[in-house]
Design a protein around this ligand. Structure first.
Ligand code: 1PR
Length: 551
């Protein structure tokens, strides 16, 4: 495809889009200066993060006016996520005006009824249908958006259908009690709120349709239906495969798995357990239908020069053939190279995004940030890893990985910390416990409970919680429902339940009893004890919506 260009303003993961386009057999050229925009025959504008940041970047780099001129020229344009939002007049997220091509402003989702950001896979309802009049090139107005498939969304702000913009609205999506615009199309302009490059094969089909199609639809051939508010939420719950990665004793990078965080064999030479190679396993899980893949570098507390961190290569290779969101955790903090060069956490995160990560997960550093935040009486200082990464790349890119363990007490009055009644009594028959936060992969406990941690991190701008439980990790005994329920009730951002999955029934139980947005497992998938497909089929059969396995 000659003349396919991408407009990148330097925020987030554009490698995924490049990889998806390359996977389809096309090349794409980066716009490097404003005059390049006019050279494009087709232009894709992906965006993530903050609306104001995106618009300021477009204006300060001199892209805004050439972009408007390009769109007015009638050549095919595709916007993705914030790339769609910038087409509107503005956003409640920022006072910065948008490009003003589509009437209306984007507004914040209501988080009193559901988790925000809207993060995960959801359906679309098409409002426009093309009349069959033999249009040259056979380009369908919907660019192969399939109402039976789901697409990956991650955003807190959304545009709503109105009389002023109704001729633009190609599709709407229902999230909880709200219906919002998930795709727009008019003439040469097409844009999606969801990420086709992260939406598995359904998304690749859509990208292919835009790149290979005529990209222009005569409005006279299109009929529009008004949006329908669906009686039922169409949001699906995510099933995530997690890969704990480290070097084994021979120096090979392996996927390992601990029992309560101990990753060494119990017998023989007590080697680090080796359950496979990171890139190969990630590909396997993508093909088996994982909705997301998380890599945790579990020896990240050891110092390593940023450029040498092996996880960069793992991400680079994985993102070439895995088209679902990738999260990377371990070592997201300020890093000092042996030569004394300091890389602030947001630079470390930026390097991971450039190598193909969609989200970073922060463990130990989040605990220190939360402690400082609480000690300062709840004042943000603007310099923490959570704040700086969220500001540059958006809250949705910042996951907090929590490694809590039970501390039993006879009576809730025995501790200032937030306690729960636990179904598993303590060694002395204690019925209550609080969950102590740990750092350095569980090696050190802190005087901070899990509720203090997650609420502080939410206020600092985190977008999601990955909630492990050291007592359950690797036990196959089911998720720690008391812990998960208390955290889910304490925050408005999405929560991923982790640690202890052993049977398909455990997933249904955690979704039904706690309402979490996602459930993660490691050991049962690595050891092929419970195939991912079986989890999906069982969860779906129980009435909880999940993404169908996409081929
Ligand atoms: O502190 O920001 O550098 O991050 C270190 C990261 O490494 C944290 O996310 C921490 O959870 C992780 N980590 C450190 N040590 C270990 C270990 O196992 N020794 N892994 C570790 C944590 C827990 C989950 C596991 C689930 C599901 N592993 O990742 O995948 O418990 O397991 P299961 O389904 O088999 O029960 P920083």
């Amino acid at each position: 495809m000659p003349g396919l260009y991408m407009l990148d303003y330097g925020a987030g993961n554009v490698r995924s889009l490049v990889n998806a386009v390359n996977h389809l057999g096309y090349d794409i050229t980066f716009v490097k200066e404003p005059s390049d925009i006019a050279l494009a025959d087709k232009l894709i504008f992906p965006g993530v993060g903050d609306f104001g940041f995106a618009m300021r970047a477009l204006r300060s780099k001199g892209y805004a006016e050439p972009l408007k001129a390009y769109i007015a020229s009638g050549k095919p344009f595709m916007g993705i996520c914030v790339g769609m939002q910038t087409l509107f007049e503005g956003s409640a997220e920022s006072s910065e005006p948008g490009l003003g091509i589509i009437p209306g402003k984007t507004l914040l989702f209501d988080n009193s009824t559901k988790a925000v950001p809207h993060m995960g896979w959801n359906h679309t309802q098409l409002l426009k249908e093309q009349l069959d009049n033999g249009l040259e090139g056979g380009q369908a107005v919907n660019y192969n958006i399939d109402q039976d498939k789901v697409y990956y969304f991650v955003h807190s702000y959304c545009a709503r259908y109105s009389d002023e913009n109704k001729d633009w609205v190609l599709a709407t999506t229902q999230y909880g009690d709200e219906t919002f615009i998930s795709a727009v199309q008019k003439g040469n302009v097409f844009a999606t709120q969801f990420h086709p490059e992260k939406s598995g094969f359904a998304g690749l089909n859509l990208l292919k349709s835009f790149i290979s199609g005529t990209g222009f639809v005569d409005e006279k051939t299109v009929i529009c239906k008004p949006p329908v508010k669906l009686a039922q939420d169409t949001f699906t719950r995510r099933i995530i495969a997690c890969l704990d990665v480290r070097a084994n004793d021979s120096g090979d990078l392996v996927v390992t798995k601990g029992d309560q965080y101990d990753v060494r064999e119990t017998e023989g030479g007590k080697d680090v357990r080796n359950l496979g190679k990171p890139v190969e396993l990630a590909k396997r899980y993508f093909n088996e239908g994982a909705d997301e893949i998380t890599f945790l570098n579990i020896t990240s507390f050891r110092n390593c020069p940023l450029a040498d961190t092996p996880m960069l290569e793992v991400l680079k290779l994985t993102s070439k053939s895995v088209f679902v969101p990738l999260t990377i955790g371990g070592g997201i903090r300020d890093v000092t190279d042996p030569d004394g060069t300091v890389h602030p956490a947001f630079e470390v995160a930026g390097e991971y995004f450039r190598f193909g990560a969609d989200k970073v997960s922060i463990g130990s550093d989040a605990v220190y940030c939360a402690e400082d935040f609480i000690a300062s009486g709840g004042k943000k200082n603007g310099t923490t890893a959570i704040e700086t990464i969220a500001e540059a790349y958006g809250s949705q890119a910042v996951v907090i990985s929590v490694d809590p363990r039970r501390v039993y007490v006879q009576d809730p009055k025995d501790t200032p910390h937030s306690t729960v009644k636990n179904s598993i009594p303590g060694p002395n028959g204690e019925q209550y416990c609080w969950y102590q936060c740990t750092v350095k992969g569980g090696r050190e406990g802190r005087d901070l409970d899990v509720i203090q941690l997650v609420t502080a991190c939410e206020q600092l701008g985190a977008g999601e919680i990955l909630l492990n439980c050291m007592d359950r990790d690797g036990t196959n005994s089911g998720f720690e429902l008391e812990l998960i329920d208390s955290v889910k009730k304490a925050v408005k951002i999405p929560v991923i339940a982790s640690s202890g999955a052993g049977r398909v029934e455990d997933f249904v139980e955690v979704f039904e009893k706690t309402g979490v947005e996602a459930a993660l497992a490691a050991g049962i998938f690595h050891r092929r004890e419970v195939p991912l497909q079986n989890v999906k089929e069982f969860v779906k059969g129980s009435g909880v919506a999940v993404r169908p396995i996409d081929t």
